[in-house]
Design a protein around this ligand. Sequence first.
Ligand code: SF4
Length: 451
Amino acid sequence: VTSQSAAAVQAAQATTIADATGLACGSFCCDVVLTVERNRIVEAANACPRCRAWFLQTPRTMGPAATLDGKPATLDVALDRAAQLLSQARRPLVYGLRHTTTETQRAAVAVADRLGALLDTPGSHRGPHGVTFQGVGEVTATLGEIRHRADVVVFWGTNPAVSQPRHLERFSLHPQGEFLPNGRSDRFIVVVDTTRTATAELADLFIQIEPGRDFEALWILRALVRAQPLALEEAVNHTGAPLDVWRQLAAKLLAARYGALLYGSGLSNSAGGYLNVEALNALVRDLHVGRTLEVRTRCVARAMGGPGNLTGASDVLTWQTGFPFGVDFAHGYPRFNTDDFAAERVLERNEVDAALVVAADPDVELSAAAAARLGEVPTVVVGSFEMPAMQRAAVTFRTAVPGIDHGGTVHRVDGIALPLRPALTSPLPVDGDLLAQIERRLAKIHVGSSL
Ligand code: SF4
């Protein structure tokens, strides 16, 4: 067989998966075209280098599908042990749900409900969106609407040129929109950040702000938009930027036909935390009210989000329990208290005596003290990627990779539900199926114990 004919045979065996969704960052680009040969992805057209690496290089041959105390076990035996271990706990925790589908998140809620467990995600301490929403509400829009309408876009504490490489091309900087036919030249781009980032290099206006001064800056903008009096010199000194710059930004926002404030962890994780996000949403509200009926505009706020399906987790928990994270089922019904029921706090207070970790790396997500405490209690870890918690776990399940090995649904940061189109097959189980099996075993244990 000549090398030419061998190539022709291989090409004939190749299949194409259109509209695959990349999960390497929060943009969830859903226009990737995958080429598959012999159960391997060999090309990912439309993907940026990060997503290409995710599709082509994500390790899919980890250890055994199930282990007990580090030793390989059959799935049945491991599932029995997991159910037994969790059912014996007085204060079990179900934690994670970042790198998985909404179907699996729903199965995790059922397990937590059955156990009377505390259920939390990294959203409770990394994503203030849920708390802010309850506090001041939110005027927001899909990324599609922002693409078609926003003629003034402010990136606050976010650097999408690096963190979400195709965001600018797809939604906020370059694309033609229905009401922005000239693409880039129809948009005025502002970056507010503590350092001159790659996104700042592309902006029309860069405002360098002192670290931790976001709240003051947003309050100044609120006052300028509402034409409220300011203690001027004090304001200048606090933010690190001259007041004229804030005046320029307030005027730009008020003059916009449609403004969009896109914020990231540089805002939500800086001093002030979720209060910064509340301030930004309050500014958006003020822009709608303006100084007078003539001086006001349409504006929206949108979190940029991080990797994984935390928006899906927040949505699933809300539609299942009424709360976006930190849900306690201990009383037999869902209760919510932002700080008291956050996994990090509960672990630091030594309340948890067993845990089920699903699709998140606790050593990355939690404080060192919380992660250390988690390492001391019997833990069941379910994940499609290797993580240190697997080495410490009593029971582990290694699962197929969502978006590559199996389908399902994820929610983009703006709440748009996107289907995953799996390209490959895997001998490993799907995480949601495992959780459903654990839940069925828990139901039997509970029925047995109540007889
Ligand atoms: S921007 Fe994000 S989701 Fe889109 S192709 Fe790149 S890594 Fe993947």
